[in-house]
Design a protein around this ligand. Structure first.
Ligand code: FCB
Length: 450
């Protein structure tokens, strides 16, 4: 499957690895606030130090070189690029500029995500993603970043998983900023869509030759059984999980039914006349993050009843219930279903033929055992191997997949789970910051050199 242009990569994100939160003129983000709020993150962990990548980036680029990847997906911290007064912050720009140069010197293409969830706190104080103006601030930031790095960075991604930013951040409340309001989640979703559209325009105006994408965690949602009611429930969940992004971004409209189905929670008055035209920008590629699949069934409860019974939820839909995941699970409690990745990629290609797609994240957390002879993470190897084969199956069926990025290069700060979950090909000892490649590192290196 290897062609010269196929991207074999590894991925990380700024808040999860960088640390150095008070250095280089960085302004605080909503994840600093959230992680320092007691009870929000497991173990009281925070990203103050994380993998200390801000100081150890040269070593981490060497690791990427050893791994043999030809691409590295990472994100910029908005609050390093833009200072609290809204001006470009040269120290932050210089940090990423050095990183980009080092990657290029190793023959590794930088694939840069502009927003992987670390919204400057100052913008949240002004309403965060509930405030339409945040979408415009995002475009300003995108323009600064692309003006500074676009001479060397070809691949730009606007947002990472806007579903998490809106539905986990404003619906379930398990991600920053921790709100639990279904109507707010929908409003945030629309402003993230708008930010994407304005961001694409900003990227293209600064760098005409850029390759521009967005990354979504498209959910592989299936009916728990065949009755039409279960299949209809799966469709409702796919609308609120997937089509709410792909509809406006790729088709220029919200999916039929979505507004009616959520009318009890929002009047959607935040959608202004020209918004859909702004959001609907031509894209060069689409990134899919994939980890697991879900099965849903028709439940007789409305969303309001479900929230009253079970507490806040990310699934803003009436009459849906989720089956507990079955089979062997990863340490996240997620099922392992590689064939669902093939299905997802084929379904995507059938709906948007010809649009190149890349797997922007895929990987697994397991409880790694450190032994005198190394970290023998066979379960992670098996997981990644099965998913690469699933990608190959989709390619064999004609899906134009252009890359695969393993999540993650390093163990890192896994959001609300803190440091308790490890996804890395490289183990990080958080006391010493020592990096130790796991067996999966050697396996992936060999696999991608074929
Ligand atoms: C994705 C995130 C990424 C990482 C993986 C495990 O949802 O984009 O930052 O946390 O999950």
């Amino acid at each position: 499957m290897q062609t010269d242009s196929f991207r074999w990569g590894a991925a990380t994100a700024s808040y999860q690895i960088e640390g150095a939160v008070r250095e280089g003129g960085r302004q605080p983000s909503i994840w600093d606030t959230f992680s320092h709020t007691p009870g929000r993150v497991a173990g009281g962990d925070n990203g103050d130090v994380a993998c200390d990548h801000y100081h150890r980036w040269e070593r981490d680029v060497e690791l990427l070189g050893d791994l043999g990847v030809n691409a590295y997906r990472f994100s910029l911290a908005w609050g390093r690029i833009i200072d609290a007064a809204g001006r470009p912050n040269q120290a932050g720009i210089d940090f990423y500029s050095r990183l980009v140069d080092a990657l290029l010197a190793h023959g590794i293409a930088p694939v840069v995500t502009l927003y992987h969830w670390d919204l400057p706190q100052i913008l949240d104080d002004a309403g965060g993603w509930l405030n339409r103006d945040t979408a415009h601030r995002f475009a300003d930031y995108a323009a600064v970043a692309v003006a500074a790095l676009g001479d060397r960075v070809h691949d730009w991604t606007t947002l990472n998983e806007p579903w998490c930013s809106s539905f986990l951040g404003y619906g379930a409340g398990v991600h920053a900023p921790g709100h639990t309001n279904p109507g707010q989640a929908l409003r945030a979703a629309h402003h993230l869509n708008l930010a994407h559209g304005l961001g694409v325009l900003a990227i293209r105006s600064e760098c005409a030759g850029a390759s521009v994408s967005v990354v979504c965690n498209l959910h592989a949602i299936f009916g728990a059984s065949d009755p039409p009611a279960d299949l209809a429930a799966a469709e409702r969940v796919r609308r609120i999980g997937n089509d709410i992004w792909t509809g406006p971004m790729l088709d220029g409209q919200y999916p039929a039914g979505l507004m009616d189905e959520t009318a009890a929670y929002s009047d959607w008055s935040f959608v202004q006349d020209d918004d859909l035209g702004t959001i609907h920008q031509p894209l060069d590629a689409f990134g899919v993050n994939f980890y697991s699949s879900s099965q849903v069934f028709a439940d007789n409860r409305t969303l309001t009843q479900r929230i009253a019974d079970d507490g806040p939820t990310c699934w803003v839909a009436d009459n849906v219930g989720f089956r507990a995941p079955g089979g062997p699970l990863t340490a996240m409690g997620w099922n392992i279903d590689p064939s669902a990745l093939t299905w997802l990629l084929e379904d995507f290609a059938a709906r948007w033929p010809g649009l190149p797609v890349f797997v922007s994240e895929n990987g697994a957390a397991f409880d790694d055992a450190v032994t005198p002879t190394g970290i023998h993470d066979q379960a992670r190897i098996d997981y990644i191997d099965a998913h690469i084969q699933a990608v190959e199956a989709a390619m064999a069926a004609g899906v134009p997949v252009t890359g695969y990025f393993v999540w993650s290069l390093l163990d890192n700060f896994e959001w609300a789970f803190g440091f308790s979950r490890r996804f890395g090909l490289v183990r990080v000892d958080y006391d010493t910051q020592q990096r130790t490649p796991k067996d999966s590192f050697a396996w992936y290196k060999q696999r991608i050199s074929r």
